[in-house]
Design a protein around this ligand. Structure first.
Ligand code: SAH
Length: 251
């Protein structure tokens, strides 16, 4: 059996209890060494076999899983954050399916949530934005034309960009082609939940400067939108004049 496990954003206590227990029981662990905090491997038992997938290609990863399976062993494939976001798990799951190897997925705390915590922001504020767009700038991996950043930017929703910190100039230009202005609040969160975490706040107009002055190219998220600003409406959910399924409105 292979368990795909979300390691969380970095801090070793941000893995789920289920994920930690799967690590404790694993015989073989294949971890994404470029982003997974190695401290998480301390949850594993003595004698666990480790492989750093940063140095492996897909076939090598699959070969390790296949061998472990043939020996009746349990494998954890440890991905950073939540595996469903830029985790490259689909190709592994499809290969396991055709090999007849059972697998499941344990979710994790994505870095986009660790970044929200670091910023102390709510991504969905009443009357400001009720939508979060998760995307990236096109790089060596292309983005479908229909999802070009300037098009997504035309909506003006809360935007969380992965894998894009090294392209702040292109990002800034695309954002300003859309609904954002130079004054729209924007933040860069570097290594959210790690000891080296850095939170840089500014505006779309200062994005390039924010990235350059702090020398940030990777392991960072760019968060854009008015939810980072000061204006919003109070929620209906806790409005005393609003009836909900659990509570009657007061006069
Ligand atoms: N599945 C992961 C994302 C993997 S893609 C998740 O859910 O978080 C790798 C990108 O994620 C990095 O380039 C960076 O943009 C972002 N990232 C991963 N960990 C991060 C962290 N601790 N802080 C900020 N960004 C992070």
């Amino acid at each position: 059996m292979v368990h795909f496990v979300g390691a969380g954003s970095g801090a070793p206590d941000l893995i789920t209890i289920r994920g930690m227990q799967l690590l404790q029981k694993a015989d073989v662990v294949i971890y994404a060494g470029s982003l997974v905090n190695p401290e998480l491997l301390h949850y594993c038992a003595a004698g666990t076999e480790f492989h750093n997938s940063a140095e492996m290609h897909l076939e090598e990863v699959l070969a390790v899983m296949q061998r472990a399976e043939s020996e009746g062993k349990t494998t954890v494939r440890l991905h950073t954050g939540d595996p469903s976001i830029y985790g490259a798990i689909r190709e592994q799951m499809d290969a396991l399916k055709s090999l007849g190897i059972a697998y499941d997925v344990c979710p994790g705390v994505s870095s986009m949530y660790a970044a929200a915590a670091a910023l102390k922001v709510e991504y969905t504020l009443p009357e400001v934005s009720q939508t979060v767009i998760i995307s990236r700038a096109a790089g060596r991996t292309p983005v479908p034309e229909k999802e070009a950043l300037a098009k997504l930017a035309s909506i003006g929703a809360t935007l969380v960009l992965f894998l894009s910190a090294g392209q702040s100039e292109a990002v800034q230009a695309a954002l300003m082609q859309g609904a954002y202005t130079e004054a729209t609040p924007c933040a860069i969160v570097y290594k959210a939940s790690w000891p080296e975490e850095k939170v840089i706040r500014g505006t779309v107009g200062s994005l390039v400067q924010m990235a350059e002055e702090n020398d940030i190219r990777q392991t960072a998220l760019i968060v854009v939108g008015d939810v980072l600003g000061d204006d919003y409406a109070l929620s209906k959910l806790y409005d005393k004049h609003f009836t909900t399924g659990y509570r009657k409105a007061e006069d």
